[in-house]
Ligand binder design. Structure first.
Ligand SMILES: *[C@@H]1O[C@H](CO)[C@@H](O)[C@H](O)[C@H]1NC(C)=O
Length: 207
């Protein structure tokens, strides 16, 4: 998508957003507490994790199928085949993306084939559907917050911060960046790739 298409998209979402957001004051105060849904879009208003629209799936070299991770249940990682001696990678898809398709599956399989990684796929697809770009931008905050909860869940289970990597594509790269805002111990590594043509690049920053 080039910049002009992107601008048209943003404008489109803006128009849809304003058009739907005509509610009375009383309704408005209620609306501010619940998620704002319009058309295929949702704008999260409640900053509470875990959230049913943000999910995490574990894949390991030995179990190459998805296993849903419930961060409310401590000490369950071993049951899922999580190996504390392996490194961990969190993989976050981007705008209109999904954890279950390319390029995310390609990145997942690359890490799995190394055999020294537990792979966690972050699924926030319901919150970043096309063409809801503005609400996607807004929802990144919650996605980062909930991914930080997964991160804490891993460190509580014994994973070392320097053995956790975040890999993001498109807006997912921003989520990886925002993740560190929620953490006391800085992340060890962020691997990001943006699909915006102006700064198509690959960033590797080790702290
Ligand atoms: C958004 O995702 C859907 C489903 O994967 C795909 O069919 C569609 O082409 C995508 N739209 C854009 C603009 O990328």
């Amino acid at each position: 998508m080039d910049l002009r298409q992107c601008a048209v998209l943003v404008l489109f979402c803006l128009v849809i957003g304003i058009g739907t957001d005509t509610v009375s004051k009383a309704e408005g105060s209620l609306m501010s507490m619940i998620d704002f849904r319009y058309w295929r879009c949702v704008m999260k208003r409640e900053w509470k994790c875990p959230d049913s629209e943000i999910n995490f799936f574990l894949y390991t070299p030995e179990r190459r199928f998805k296993q849903w991770i419930d961060v409310r249940k401590p000490n369950l990682l071993d049951v899922y085949g999580w190996d504390p001696n392996k490194k961990n990678v969190l993989i976050v898809h981007g705008f209109n993306g999904t954890y279950s398709k390319n390029p995310m599956t390609f990145i997942r399989d690359a890490y799995l084939s190394r055999k020294d990684y537990n792979v966690f796929m972050v699924d926030w697809a319901p919150l970043t559907r096309f063409p809801c770009y503005l609400s996607s931008l807004s929802n990144m905050k919650l996605a980062a917050q909930c991914t930080a909860q997964l991160y804490s869940y891993l460190t509580a289970a014994g994973a070392l911060a320097r053995r956790i990597t975040c890999v993001g594509h498109s807006l997912g790269a921003h989520i990886c960046g925002m993740l560190s805002n929620h953490l006391t111990e800085k992340q060890y590594k962020i691997v990001g790739e943006s699909i915006m043509p102006v700064y198509r690049c690959r960033i590797l920053c080790a702290k």
